[in-house]
Ligand binder design. Sequence first.
Ligand code: SAM
Length: 184
Amino acid sequence: MHNDEIGYPKEHLFLHLIKKGEFRKIVEIGVASGHLTRRILSSVDKITVYYAVDPWKVYIEFYDREPHEHEKQQSYWDSMYEKVVKIGEDFSQLQIMRMTSVSAAKELIKKKDREGLNAKLTRDEIEKRILARVRVKVMDFQKDTNPDVRRHVQADVIAEFYRDVVIPLTKEGEIQYLMQKKIG
Ligand SMILES: C[S@@+](CC[C@H](N)C(=O)[O-])C[C@H]1O[C@@H](n2cnc3c(N)ncnc32)[C@H](O)[C@@H]1O
């Protein structure tokens, strides 16, 4: 949505549309100080992610009028950006994208591709089998050690390490490879 076109009743209109459409993911393009952002986030609790997109930068070419003096100062944009960062302290769903809408669109498409690839690379059954095998191997390697002399490694600790680190990193490597193949 680009909210400049509609004028001030926009707040009510957007709130109405978001609630009626039961939208969970929002992208706001052109956030400024985040007035609308805070209003929406505090009124709709079902939102799971809210992307706030704005370069917060002096861009004379954005204007169809002569910009005011303060709009030409980067400090003015930085202070608005800081206000939006503060909103993020109250709402964990907020993801700030300090860039133009065109760059944000590219980023979100990449993100969507990554999520799609991750889902395709995930086989719950196989991951469960790998973890079970890891547990067996950990026990097996230690079967001849004397627990009075050596401390035994718990199979669950190693399995968790596989689940939380080794498997995700392996998939991340595959995703990076596939993404650069797709883009490059
Ligand atoms: C009128 S303000 C937005 C007001 C805000 N949505 C509100 O309701 O409080 C316009 C904002 O759009 C941003 N903007 C202009 N062109 C943009 C673009 N291509 N991508 C993202 N933001 C843009 C400007 O930096 C500015 O902060």
